[in-house]
Design a protein around this ligand. Structure first.
Ligand code: ATP
Ligand SMILES: Nc1ccn([C@H]2C[C@H](O)[C@@H](COP(=O)(O)O)O2)c(=O)n1
Ligand code: MG
Length: 239
C-alpha cells in the first residue's frame, strides 16, 4: 500500500534505496540481520550473526520514553535508537527528504514506515551492540509490519509508558528543547494519532503477552524502579 502511495510522494527516492531481497547477496545485506540463522552455533560466526535483543519503547508524546531510555542505557548497556531523533537528524541533514519529514512531523503525522525502518536498520547494522531499545517505534500497525518484513525480527518485549493526556501536554509544552512539534496544535494531532494508530499496536503486543505497562506518573526515579525489574529478569533469562 505504501508503495502505491509513495509514487506521488516526495519520499519516493529514499524508498527506492531500500534493501531488496537478492539471493546472491549475503543475508545480512538484504534483510539487515540473519535473524533466521542458527545463532547459537559455536565457531566461525561473526558478532553480527548473534540475534539482537530488541525492545520497543512505546507511550504517548511526552510520556517520558526518552528520559527512561537514558536510564536503561546507563544501567543495562542497551543502544538507544529513538525513531523521532533519527528522523529529526535526517530532516536537518542534506537529505532531499528533509522537507517532507519536516512537514510530516510539524503536522504530528507519521512518516512512511519504510523510511523510518531504513534509518533504524542502518543504525542497528552500524552498532557493535546487540541490545537495542527502539524508542517511539512502532507507531502504527504499518510501522510494525514494515519492521518485521524488512528487519525480519520481533521485539523480545515491549514497554508501554502509560501517562494521562494532561500530564503529557504539560510535559511537552514545558520541554523547551526547540522541537518544532512541541506546540499545542501539533500536540493535539499527535495525541489523536497516538490514540488511533499507536494504541492498536500496544494492544497487539499486550495480546501477545509481550507488553509491560509502566505507570508513567511520578518522579523519573520512581518510574525507573518499575522499569528496572523488567530488564533484570531479562538479564537473568540470558544467563
Ligand atoms: N517523570 C517525569 N516527571 C516530570 N517530567 C518528566 C518526567 N519524565 C520526563 N519528564 C520531562 O517531560 C518531557 C518529555 O519527556 P521525554 O522527552 O522523555 O518524553 P518522550 O516520551 O520521549 O516524548 P516524545 O514522544 O515527544 O519524544 C521532558 O522535558 C522530560 O524532562
Ligand atoms: N515511528 C515514528 C516515530 C516518530 N515519527 C515522527 C512523528 C512524531 O510525531 C515525531 C517525533 O517522534 P518522537 O520524538 O516523539 O518519538 O517523529 C514517525 O513518523 N514515526
Ligand atoms: Mg522522545
Amino acid at each position: 500500500m505504501w508503495r502505491r502511495a509513495a509514487k506521488s510522494s516526495s519520499f519516493l527516492p529514499l524508498l527506492l534505496q531500500l534493501p531488496k531481497h537478492d539471493a546472491s547477496l549475503p543475508q545480512r545485506f538484504t534483510t539487515g540481520f540473519p535473524f533466521h540463522a542458527p545463532f547459537q552455533e559455536k565457531g566461525g560466526i561473526s558478532p553480527k550473526q548473534v540475534a539482537p535483543l530488541i525492545t520497543f519503547v512505546l507511550g504517548g508524546p511526552g510520556s517520558g520514553k526518552g528520559t527512561q531510555c537514558a536510564k536503561i542505557v546507563e544501567t543495562f548497556g542497551f543502544k538507544h535508537l529513538s525513531a523521532g531523533d533519527l528522523l529529526r537528524r535526517e530532516m536537518i541533514s542534506d537529505s532531499e527528504y528533509g522537507s517532507s519529514i519536516l512537514n510530516t512531523i510539524s503536522e504530528g503525522k507519521i512518516v512512511p514506515s519504510e523510511v523510518t525502518v531504513k534509518l533504524i536498520l542502518r543504525e542497528m547494522e552500524a552498532s557493535d551492540n546487540q541490545k537495542f531499545l527502539i524508542d517511539g517505534f512502532p507507531r502504527s500497525e504499518e510501522n510494525r509490519a514494515a519492521f518485521e518484513q524488512i528487519v525480519g525480527a520481533e521485539p523480545r518485549f515491549v514497554l508501554f509508558f502509560d501517562c494521562p493526556e494532561e500530564e503529557m501536554v504539560k510535559r511537552v509544552l514545558s520541554r523547551n528543547e526547540g522541537r518544532i512539534d512541541d506546540n499545542i496544535d501539533t500536540m493535539r494531532n499527535r495525541l489523536k494519532v497516538f490514540e488511533a494508530l499507536n494504541l492498536p499496536v500496544i494492544d497487539y503486543y499486550s495480546k501477545k503477552g509481550k507488553l509491560y505497562r509502566i505507570n508513567a506518573v511520578g518522579t523519573v526515579d520512581e518510574i525507573f524502579e518499575q522499569v528496572r525489574p523488567v530488564f533484570e529478569a531479562c538479564e537473568q533469562e540470558a544467563k
